[in-house]
Ligand binder design. Structure first.
Ligand SMILES: [Fe+2]
Length: 168
């Protein structure tokens, strides 16, 4: 995937590209993180500064995007619970706070407040990248430890693996 990272001018856009350094070593999580970054890039693509266009775009995509984020957080939380990750409460709190912030933006938007798409895109980008680099990395390291204890030496953990492990 080639994305332009060096554009300048009135619609300067800081697209984000996937890097292997973001990988958690868990395919389903990596795929979802890629999906989130795709959404951020899509927001940048639609940041035209034209209020009518931005409104129409945001109205069309935001509910699905919110659901995607919720599903993603649930996937991570399910993995953390199943593996008894110690900082699950702190991580869950970070997810909940972020979700509330996004929902507040959506509510403001629905009540007629102007939402500047580019500003929203920057907020999402910064939050997601920081969250992946700091909090997600903590459980990724923990998962890696657990995975290496498995008999076949596999370094990935899937939901199916965990369900097999935790079933009586
Ligand atoms: Fe997370």
């Amino acid at each position: 995937m080639l994305l332009n990272t060096g554009s300048t001018g009135p619609n300067h856009k800081e697209y984000v590209t996937w890097s292997d350094s973001y990988s958690m070593g868990v395919k389903i999580i990596d795929d979802q993180h890629k999906g989130l970054l795709d959404f951020v890039n899509d927001l940048f693509n639609h940041s035209t500064g034209n209020e009518v266009e931005e409104y129409a775009y945001f109205k069309e995509v935001i509910q699905q995007a919110v659901q995607y984020v919720k599903d993603h957080f649930q996937t991570e939380e399910k993995l953390m619970i199943a593996t008894k990750f110690a900082n699950y409460p702190g991580h869950k709190k970070a997810h909940d706070t972020f979700t509330l912030t996004v929902l507040k933006s959506v509510k403001d938007f629905e009540s007629g407040k102007r939402l500047v798409l580019e500003k929203f895109a920057y907020f999402l980008k910064d939050w997601i990248l920081t969250h992946i680099a700091v909090m997600d990395r903590q459980y990724a390291e923990y998962f890696r430890k657990i995975a290496t204890r498995k008999a076949d030496g596999k370094l990935t953990i899937t939901i199916e693996d965990l369900e097999k492990q935790s079933s009586p």
